[in-house]
Design a protein around this ligand. Structure first.
Ligand code: ADP
Ligand code: ASP
Ligand code: MG
Length: 412
């Protein structure tokens, strides 16, 4: 009997009707002969509401208590889904991450799974039960509850699929696959039948919410067959797979934006060896990831150094840099939260010069100022004003995809 992991996101379990819809889908897959492990997220906007609730009680709660509260949302949905399946007369059990043994490191709010114990899951499956598991949460070695970062239920699902050797991990959401841009922002975006792990990882890391970046990494690492599908329609979704299995390579596979970032600049860093190292090591030591690093040209023996950090890390980064600048003798730190990063991603970018130029042209034609640029083999990112992010995504998408997907293969 083959084992299937399905994951249903917040919108898919938002109310009683939708929970019953998910229960029917799970039972249908079980009837097709699969052992079923089902991961669910918190209902609708529950996680946002919990964050708001925490802030009302304490504007800066400790990370431990924050995770303790946030993990509650998923416990509501697993029990409700289990009840919906029970109501249909099927054997089922719901389990929290602690009950399964989804062990993470102790970095609260963005913990990484280090081990999935499979004993309890195997026992329940052997007893013929459908197993419902809480996404997004884990337990660290001290027995404390952790969370995996926003959108982290996808990662729970792929980690379980890897640990159990599932035939497939199906991620059910409110869109029917991965599109060339967020279909809520770009009405004419195209659905991709397949996308490579590399491209999907970049898109997810650069703001395309549809998959949690770590889930893509784990799928690639453990060879999990990963699919994104709609829980509201029975249509084929998008398969995330090895690049070398793909027949067609698009020059640009997707356009995305990330509005949850801020730009920090350290002003007048003394121009001597070891400064960048000191600044970035201090941030890394506190678990703050930085991106788009640029250093200005030297003038009067000082440089300015700018980079972006995730919104959630801004306070921590500012606190650390406050000390760093005193130690190294820099003049100050500037923070701009009204920024967004827009990016294009595509394996085809490796081969063609001129693709980045087309992106810059799209921004220029729309009067959008570029504040920073960074690129790697398969992506180009620009930092722009946050209120222009959607306009930028539409303009860039138009540039590459007007006329269909085929144009994207040939343009440039
Ligand atoms: P879930 O709650 O099911 O995990 P999410 O809200 O996390 O759902 O992710 C699905 C959303 O991702 C879609 O509603 C869509 O607006 C957004 N999205 C952003 N970029 C893309 C993209 N390139 N393709 C598909 N969806 C995208
Ligand atoms: N409920 C969590 C969130 O809203 C996890 C998830 O949805 O995957 O981020
Ligand atoms: Mg999600």
């Amino acid at each position: 009997m083959s084992l299937l992991v399905q994951k249903y996101g917040g919108t898919s379990v938002a109310d009683e009707g939708r929970l019953r819809n998910v229960a029917r889908r799970v039972i249908r897959a079980a009837d097709e002969g699969h052992q079923m492990v089902v991961v669910v997220s918190a209902q609708g906007d529950t996680t946002d509401h919990l964050i708001e609730l925490a802030r009302r009680v304490n504007p800066s709660p400790s990370d431990r208590e924050f995770d303790m509260l946030l993990a509650v949302g998923e416990q509501i949905s697993i029990s409700l889904l289990a009840m919906a399946i029970e109501a249909a007369g099927r054997p089922v059990v719901s389990l929290t991450a602690a009950q399964v043994g989804i062990v993470t490191d102790d970095i609260h709010k963005k913990a990484r799974i280090v081990e999935v114990k499979s004993r309890r899951l195997a026992r329940e499956l052997k007893a013929g039960k459908i197993v419902i598991v809480a996404g997004f949460q884990g337990i660290d070695r001290n027995g404390d509850i952790t969370t995996l970062g926003r959108g982290g239920s996808d990662t729970t699902a792929v980690a379980l699929a890897a640990a159990l050797g599932a035939v497939r991990c199906e991620i059910y959401t409110d869109v029917d696959g991965v599109y060339t841009a967020d279909p809520r922002v770009v009405k004419g975006a195209y659905k991709l039948d397949r996308i490579s792990h590399e491209e999907m990882l970049e898109l997810a890391s650069l703001g395309a919410q549809v998959l949690h970046p770590r889930s893509v990494e784990l799928a690639k690492q453990y060879g999990v067959r990963l699919e994104v599908l709609s829980s509201f329609a029975d249509v084929p979704g998008t398969l995330v797979e090895e690049a070398d299995k793909m027949e067609d390579v698009l020059q640009v596979s997707g356009v995305t934006s990330d509005k949850n970032i801020a730009r920090l600049a350290i002003i007048e860093v003394p121009d001597r060896p070891g400064m960048a190292y000191r600044i970035l090591a201090d941030l890394a030591g506190a678990g703050v990831n930085v991106d788009m690093i640029i250093q200005s040209m030297r003038r009067d023996h000082v440089n300015d150094m700018s980079f972006t950090v995730s919104d959630v890390d801004v306070e921590r980064a500012m606190a650390i840099l406050g000390q760093t600048i005193v130690d190294i003798g820099a003049r100050g730190v500037d923070c701009d939260r009204d920024v967004a990063k827009v990016s294009i991603v595509g394996i085809g970018l490796k081969e063609k010069a001129g693709v980045a130029t087309a992106m810059f042209q799209a921004l220029a034609e729309n009067g959008i100022n570029i504040q920073m640029i960074s690129s790697s083999e398969i992506k180009v990112s620009c930092l722009i004003a946050r209120d222009q992010a959607d306009l930028a995504v539409r303009a860039i998408h138009d540039k590459f995809f007007t006329g269909g997907l085929q144009v994207a293969k040939e343009a440039g």
